[in-house]
Design a protein around this ligand. Structure first.
Ligand code: SF4
Length: 353
């Protein structure tokens, strides 16, 4: 298919600026970005891999983050003082991250502490959260995790405390809790709109894992029905899903893991295999393109409109105004506390493979 003239021009202009800036510029692209953006990046990865890249490349001056805001914010926390981090569209947020705000989390923390007595509660925040929540974890002896290392983070949390407060994604927390063998009654959901999160004192006292009532609208769109239909149509296929899916969907799948896990799962499948994937559609389309010896199918079409806000036009505009527009910053005091939690995360082993 011929590339439209406008696209060709935008790509040419972006490449020219990249060449002019050379080693001063680092473009990071998340796996859920559209293909033309991925093709222009220096590194692509999941939020864990990209935060490692941001931390490692201390020699670059400009980091342009093609992903959503919390990811760029994490890069800004890890960046050196001489570096700027920019995002091509400042409105590229994350619905899940918006489901936990620091005021509600502080309130829940106090309530849980007043009920749980001597038990040590460790806060564990998913990367998909704002800098204030990461800072909260840094202040209270917790850490950050991604879907690549949530199990290691949880093991670490239970090695230093009796309970974990996990936010904002209840599904990732529950799926990891299941994998670690926690019983359903040891995991409770905390709804910040209800007194005591909607739980009785004895539920809180018994709980080992307290799950914030947040979720990803992109990954909870996958339903058991989709799996049953695809199994009937493609009985020989393997189904792999992301851990932000519900536990019912995960239970019926052949495998479940982070974005990087899914990428490697497809790569390592034998030629001729059929793999059905439950995650963001742009990643599935790209995996189908680069694994032409396999059949890669979507479990159901689910696109993240936040990730999709990044396009060639706003990437070019950002590069034309390098170091000046859509600069993502974090107040120094927040940055210092958030850094404690992020550095703790970077010490955890990852499953990115
Ligand atoms: S896929 Fe879900 S969790 Fe990821 S950025 Fe989009 S809304 Fe947020």
């Amino acid at each position: 298919m011929a590339v439209p003239v406008e696209t060709e021009k935008l790509v040419g202009d972006i490449r020219a600026i990249k060449e002019a800036l050379g080693k001063e510029l680092l473009i990071l692209t998340h796996h859920y970005q559209r293909k033309e953006i991925i093709d222009l990046g220096d590194f692509r990865g999941d939020s864990f891999g990209l935060s490692q890249k941001a931390a490692e490349n201390s020699q670059v001056r400009f980091i342009v983050f093609c992903g959503v805001h919390f990811m760029a914010e994490s890069a800004a926390i890890l960046a050196q003082p001489h570096q700027t981090v920019q995002i091509p569209d400042y409105e590229a947020g994350c619905w899940m991250a918006d489901m936990a705000d620091s005021h509600d989390v502080e309130k829940a923390w106090e309530e849980i502490a007043s009920i749980s007595g001597d038990s040590t509660v460790v806060p564990l925040v998913y990367m998909n959260s704002d800098a204030y929540l990461k800072a909260f974890c840094g202040r209270h002896g917790g850490t950050v995790c991604t879907s690549s290392n949530a199990d290691q983070a949880m093991r670490w949390g239970f090695s230093i405390g009796q309970k974990i407060l996990f936010f904002p994604d209840q599904h990732l927390g529950r799926n990891v809790g299941n994998q670690m063998g926690l019983k359903p009654e040891e995991m409770i959901v905390w709804d910040p709109k209800k007194p005591s999160g909607g739980n009785g004192p004895e539920d809180i006292a018994r709980a080992r894992l307290i799950l914030w009532d947040g979720y990803c609208l992109v990954h909870t769109r996958f339903e058991v029905e989709h799996i049953l239909q695809m199994r009937e149509k493609f009985p020989e296929a393997k189904i792999v899903v992301h851990p932000e899916c519900t536990q019912e969907v995960v239970a019926l799948s052949d495998a479940c893991g982070s974005t990087s896990f899914i990428v490697n799962y497809v790569k390592n499948a034998p030629p001729g295999a059929t793999i059905i994937i439950g995650t963001e559609i742009n990643l599935i389309h790209r995996l189908a393109l680069v694994n032409r010896d396999k059949t890669v199918l979507e479990l159901h079409r689910s696109l993240c409109p936040n990730m999709f806000r990044i396009n060639l036009k706003n990437l070019l505009w950002t590069l034309e105004n390098i170091g000046q527009v859509n600069v993502v910053t974090v107040p120094d005091a927040v940055k210092a506390d958030a850094l404690i939690a992020l550095n703790q995360m970077l010490k955890l082993p990852s499953n990115t493979g």
